[in-house]
Ligand binder design. Structure first.
Ligand SMILES: NC(=O)c1ccc[n+]([C@@H]2O[C@H](COP(=O)([O-])OP(=O)(O)OC[C@H]3O[C@@H](n4cnc5c(N)ncnc54)[C@H](O)[C@@H]3O)[C@@H](O)[C@H]2O)c1
Length: 466
């Protein structure tokens, strides 16, 4: 479920720098902000600038006094001037009284901290204590109120932790008597006002239309797409974005260290990596699916990490990629073995659709392991014909599955018919249609390729990581 409206982020208007200060929301609202740290203070100042009446709430009296004195509790480019102006406008009040803030406003944005606990999990103490206070305040409030969590939380937190507390303390029903939404915040410290005004997109997951509409009213004037999804996806998105940023930084730094050890200009290397917007900086390869393989990626990763070792360099992230890939292969094998059905059919064997290259194909690894576990295997891959396999390709399969000839089926039907489990590692329209026609409700299909028409399959379906 993902709906969208508004222009693409990166559209010419955004690039031309149309300032959001000139684009006011259609209707002004009464808004409360809980937590006046980096996210909350910037939100308070920008929302008041946009014409809303904003009540800031914090448990730290020093922050409240600073704002009353027209000063920002955080240091950010432009925030001191903006805070002074919005406090002078009379549209900002601050308080430590959470109940009063809920009563006086229509929508609450929650921006309290969610720091690491000692064991690495998220410390949700501040958020959950606040949920109790907001829930108690909602009990005596007659008007509909929307609570929007902007703190970064683990997927599932709103539905399994925040919502039950709000319902318990208010005695009201989520999605009926009050709205609950998650709207990830994408601002970066140091450029937070600019980022607030030019997010990559506004994305919200809500428990009802009214909650989403309340967020849309406040943010739809921003020059970016307004995307609506489920609460859990919105929570997972924010976590994924931060993990992806960390991954990118670590990748560039590990490549940098290797390049430095070889006396190569690391900035030039990464500048050119980023100049490829078709395969590198693009959605290519960024879809959940099956393990990588083939004649290039595994061997070149091995060589790269070997060069690093020769230079006494530690590159833990690059060194972990093959291990992580093996875990993904094991995961697929485990899914099959857990079904306890030994007659397994495989659609596909080569390392990707449209080739007969079997070298380091993860599907060959799967086949090898299933044979070792005693499965009765049948394989159909329209591109793979034993008599045509030559050179390194032939040697690879002879070393790994020497009796491949006895496992290969001549067509889809003879692979599917006797199998209890069918592993789909190949996607082509004609094969998809064949699968739809032939699979039976008593058979399991394990999908490695995200089959586009899987809803049409009459079988027991499982995706490898979806
Ligand atoms: N800092 C960033 O750049 C950034 C960007 C995106 C998202 N986030 C996320 O936003 C959340 C807030 O981050 P931050 O950096 O603004 O945190 P912060 O620590 O700077 O501010 C949190 C504020 O919440 C206040 N607070 C705690 N309990 C409260 C309560 N019961 N009622 C009212 N106020 C209370 C604290 O006193 C503090 O002022 C975190 O979940 C963070 O992961 C941060």
């Amino acid at each position: 479920m993902l709906t969208t409206d508004g222009p693409e982020s990166g559209s010419p208007e955004v690039e031309a720098g149309v300032t959001v200060a000139e684009r006011r929301p259609v209707a002004t609202k009464r808004i409360s902000i809980f937590g006046l740290g980096y996210v909350g203070a910037v939100s308070l100042a920008c929302l008041a600038r946009d014409g809303h009446r904003v009540t800031g709430v914090d448990i730290d009296p020093v922050k409240l006094d600073l704002i009353r004195a027209r000063k920002s509790p955080i240091l950010e480019e432009g925030i001191q001037e903006l805070m002074r102006d919005v406090v002078d406008s009379g549209r900002v009040t601050v308080t430590s009284d959470a109940a009063q803030a809920v009563r006086d406003t229509e929508i609450s944005f929650v921006c309290v901290g969610t720091p690491s606990a000692a064991n690495g999990s998220q410390d949700l103490g501040a958020l959950l204590r606040l949920a109790e206070q907001i829930g108690t305040a909602l009990k005596s409030k007659r008007e509909f109120h929307t609570i929007v969590i902007r703190s970064t939380v683990m997927p599932g937190t709103l539905e399994s932790k925040v919502q039950p507390i709000l319902e318990k303390y208010s005695g009201k029903r989520s999605g009926v008597d009050f709205g609950l939404a998650f709207q990830p915040e994408f601002l970066r410290e140091g450029s937070s006002i600019r980022d607030y005004d030019h997010p990559p997109y506004t994305i919200v997951g809500g428990n009802c239309e009214a909650a989403v509409a309340a967020v849309r009213d406040v943010f739809q004037h921003l020059e970016c797409r307004f995307l609506v999804t489920s609460i859990r996806v919105a929570e997972a998105l924010k976590m994924s974005c931060n993990a992806f940023h960390a991954l990118k930084i670590t990748f560039a730094n590990e490549i940098g260290r290797i390049a430095q050890s070889l006396d190569i200009d690391s900035h030039e290397v990464m500048r050119l990596v980023c100049a490829d917007t078709r395969l590198n900086i693009s959605p290519a390869y960024l879809k959940p699916g099956f393990a990588f393989g083939g004649s290039c990626l595994p061997k070149d990763l091995r060589a790269l990490t070997q060069i690093a070792r020769q230079g006494d360099l530690d590159v833990p992230m690059l060194s972990s990629l093959l291990a992580s890939n093996r875990v993904h292969i094991d995961h697929a094998v485990d899914m099959i073995l857990e079904l306890g059905r030994p007659r397994v059919g495989m659609l596909g064997l080569s390392f990707k659709t449209g080739t007969d290259d079997l070298r380091e194909s993860p599907l060959v690894m799967v086949a090898k392991r299933l044979i070792g576990e005693g499965c009765e295997l049948r394989i159909f891959d329209p591109e793979v014909h034993l008599s045509r396999l030559l050179g390194a390709n032939r040697s690879y399969i002879d070393a790994n599955i020497p009796h491949l000839g006895s496992l290969l089926c001549a067509d889809l039907a003879s692979m599917i018919e006797p199998s209890e489990v069918i592993l789909v590692g190949l996607q082509q329209p004609a094969l998809d249609a064949g699968l739809q026609m032939r699979v039976r409700p008593d058979q399991y299909v394990i999908d490695l390729v995200n089959l586009p028409n899987r809803d049409l399959l009459r079988c027991r379906y499982q995706g490898v990581c979806w």
